[in-house]
Design a protein around this ligand. Structure first.
Ligand code: NAD
Length: 260
């Protein structure tokens, strides 16, 4: 029974994180939406999800590149809702370039946001979960947590790190009702991905369907992107008691990418 539980999802004012927040709110959880900005529209996103679902949904600003703000996000969630039952580490950024030209500050930012933030939030949330004797930690890794691509050194290293962290936390919590798993999406249709389609159509002189099939999804055997709703549904399943014995593992949502 997840209704009434409190979930916090990092980097959730758009894309996959927002899809997860929406599915959690529909299931009756209290939900904290997060990003590094503090604009009216961030709070409006939380209000919209709350209005649509009837769940308590709030926005808390915290920059996941900073360890103290990661911990503060967990503390504030506990202050507002009294607990942190489900933690989704989703915040992530990308930079693409050959390693010889990869800017140091991009490497540092990707490792901080995509990997170290999960360490900091988990460190802050675990004592709260242990006190309650229940918790679910869901890390959004990637197909790039299991395989590599050229020019994505920092991203691939961070996502492999997330998978390793997931296994370690699962072992450290194995004897209590706390699980830690990683979801490994392939391509997911988010506003960011959607916005790249017109320029790809222009660059390759192709229609939308051909761009998706023959340019963007060549590594995804289904030739179809996953949706943020599907990612939300997968995370929701991991949060339930049905998934109690699923821990320390990866769940691929990649249309067969990593089966190749
Ligand atoms: P997105 O850009 O829509 O979402 C990223 C989120 O992280 C945003 O809400 C952004 O505000 C937030 N964020 C960025 N820097 C932050 C910071 N310093 N502090 C707090 N929040 C910060 O992208 P998305 O595709 O929804 O990606 C979400 C996660 O899913 C990422 O970890 C990404 O690596 C992973 N992923 C995405 C895909 C895909 O195809 N979209 C595939 C595999 C994995």
């Amino acid at each position: 029974m997840v209704s009434g539980k409190t979930a916090v999802a990092t980097g959730s004012n758009s894309g996959i994180g927002l899809g997860i927040a929406e599915e959690f709110a529909k299931a009756g959880m209290n939900v904290v939406i997060n990003s590094f900005s503090d604009r009216e529209e961030d709070h409006a996103i939380a209000k919209k999800v709350s209005d649509e679902t009837g769940a308590k949904v709030i926005y808390i600003k915290a920059d996941m590149s900073k360890g103290d703000e990661c911990a503060a996000l967990i503390e504030k969630t506990k202050e507002v809702f009294g607990s942190v039952d489900i933690l989704v580490n989703n915040a992530g950024i990308q930079y693409v370039g050959p390693v010889e030209e990869f800017p140091e500050e991009k490497w540092d930012a990707i490792i901080a946001i995509n990997l170290s933030s999960a360490f900091h939030t988990i460190k802050a949330a675990l004592p709260i979960m242990r006190e309650k004797g229940w918790g679910r930690i869901i890390n959004i890794a990637s197909a790039h947590g299991l395989t590599a691509s050229p020019y994505k050194s920092a991203y691939v290293a961070a996502k492999h790190g997330v998978v390793g962290l997931t296994k370690t936390i699962a072992l450290e919590t194995a004897e209590v009702d706390i699980t830690c798993n990683a979801i490994c999406p392939g391509y997911v249709m988010t506003p960011l991905v959607e916005s790249q389609i017109p320029e790809q159509m222009k660059a390759h002189n192709m229609n939308r369907e051909d761009v998706l099939r023959n340019v963007m999804l060549t590594r995804q055997p289904s030739r179809e992107m996953a949706t943020t709703e599907q990612l939300g549904g997968t995370a929701l399943f991991l949060a339930t008691d049905h998934a109690k014995q699923i821990t320390g593992t990866t769940i691929s949502v990649d249309g067969g990418w990593t089966a190749l």
